[in-house]
Ligand binder design. Structure first.
Ligand SMILES: Cc1ncc(COP(=O)(O)O)c(C=O)c1O
Length: 432
């Protein structure tokens, strides 16, 4: 199957060779690399991405799950085109900041005020700082398998081996002040945090990089109670779940309110963005007119509130606000998880399908997958093999990563993934 991929992607192969001379591993983000080399995109529209060799792929990766309306949807293209004529980057205050902030406050149940950043990483970083400021405490608690971007304090215990730093250069202090707790195991969490005076717990309501694994409602409820008991803040990283599980994100879906929410991806309508959202009394610590140093919590950056991102974001949120599309995608998600499971089961291949809403992931294992440890105990070589088979046959998942649905996916697109999965199962059986 790699042969088939290689035979179809000679221009990508050449490009990757060239890219390696000027970009480490030939890519802008190692996450995007896969063996033997990634294809290079030429264009993308709707549910499809076309590579430089002219192959098209039905895209379930969708720009790191940012594109809930698919690639270049007409509403976004029109809004952005108009905005670009009126200015690409003011670097001053402008009305769209207020309009989009009001829209987020309207949609996200726990939000009273927000601030814009340029990425999810930045939003998580400033949210962490804000929590430390507000509580006057240092220690941050994160979950095993939780991915919040590359900020030192949070770039810990994302993937096994969980006790080996994810990168060199992470400050020792950050490692010491971050406490890692297991996902979906409240009893262990309570034991582990018994003595600590913590500033915040940051959690993805659905582990993304950790395997597309939803938290149990009781687990999130337990974290909420624990934070309230300890005077700590609960931070929901809703960078994947925000505007996907429900118009008000996972907090609406689960009915559990965090103190701080971080958002990104879908929120930017295909352009860079991040958001920190919280109650007024917490957010106001970012206002140096109210809180002088050392009580002030800084946030900012050149492109914060960029009007192109904000226009695209506002257009997207307006389309998601009534919940109609999200309900439809959620139903399709339930269906595709069941259909994929049935195909593998019929072929006598052990799988555990995780996900919720329009998020889905296949794990080759007969065990239940409830956390990053069980997700990584599944057969990941087989998962890569499956995803590479799909890629070679025109269906794109970033190998080993979760897939998501979008408004742009047609019935034919969804049938294609089922058909290619059936073919993969047949091929696996023939190889036995
Ligand atoms: C849950 C979650 N948090 C944070 C981030 C980091 O966001 P960004 O890549 O925009 O910096 C991501 C990105 O994948 C994410 O999935």
């Amino acid at each position: 199957m790699l042969d088939r991929y290689v035979s179809k992607t000679s221009k990508s192969k050449q490009m990757h060779k060239k890219a390696k001379r000027v970009l480490p591993s030939g890519v802008s983000y190692f996450l995007r690399y896969f063996d033997p080399y990634p294809f290079y995109a030429a264009t993308a529209k709707g549910s499809k991405i076309v590579d430089v060799d002219g192959n098209d792929y039905i895209d379930f990766w969708l720009g790191h799950y940012a594109l809930i309306l698919g690639h270049s949807p007409p509403e976004i293209v029109n809004a952005v085109r108009q905005q670009i004529e009126n200015g690409t980057h003011y670097g001053t205050c402008h009305e769209l900041e207020i309009i989009l902030a009001e829209q987020v406050v309207k949609m996200i149940p726990s939000a009273e005020m927000i601030r814009f950043t340029n990425s999810g990483t930045e939003a998580a970083m400033y949210a962490t700082r804000l929590a430390r400021t507000y509580t006057n405490r240092e220690k941050i608690v994160k979950l095993e398998g939780g991915w919040h971007g590359g900020y030192d304090a949070l770039h810990i215990a994302v993937s096994p081996p969980l006790d080996v730093p994810q990168s060199n250069g992470i400050m020792t202090g950050a490692q010491e002040d971050t406490i890692v707790i297991p996902f979906n195991d409240l009893e262990e969490v309570r034991k582990k945090l018994k003595k600590d005076n913590i500033a915040a717990i940051i959690v993805e309501p659905v582990l993304g990089a950790g395997g597309g694994i939803p938290a149990d409602k009781e687990f999130l409820k337990g974290l909420r109670e624990l934070c309230s008991e300890k005077g700590a803040l609960l931070i929901f990283d809703e960078i994947i779940t925000g505007f996907r599980l429900a118009p008000g994100g996972a907090q609406q879906y689960y009915g559990i309110l965090p103190d701080i929410t971080v958002l990104g991806k879908i929120m930017g309508g295909g352009f860079p963005i991040g958001v920190i959202a919280s109650r007024r009394e917490i957010m106001e610590h970012m206002d140096p007119l109210l809180y002088e140093r050392p009580e002030f919590s800084f946030h900012g950056g050149t492109f914060c509130g960029n009007p192109v991102s904000l226009t695209a974001g506002l257009t997207t949120l307006k389309l998601l606000e009534d919940g109609h599309l999200l309900n439809q995608l959620n139903r399709q998600g339930d269906k595709i998880r069941q259909q994929l499971y049935d195909i593998f089961e019929k072929g006598n291949i052990d799988v555990y399908i995780t996900g919720v809403s329009s998020i889905f992931q296949t794990h080759f294992t007969r065990e239940e997958v409830r956390d990053v440890r069980s997700a990584f105990q599944a057969d990941r070589t087989k998962l890569t093999d499956y995803h590479m088979y799909l890629i070679a046959n025109g269906v794109f998942f970033l190998p080993t990563k979760i897939g998501v649905l979008s408004r742009a996916h047609t019935k034919e697109d969804l049938n294609k993934i089922l058909l290619e999965t059936e073919n993969y199962v047949k091929k696996s059986q023939a190889n036995l």
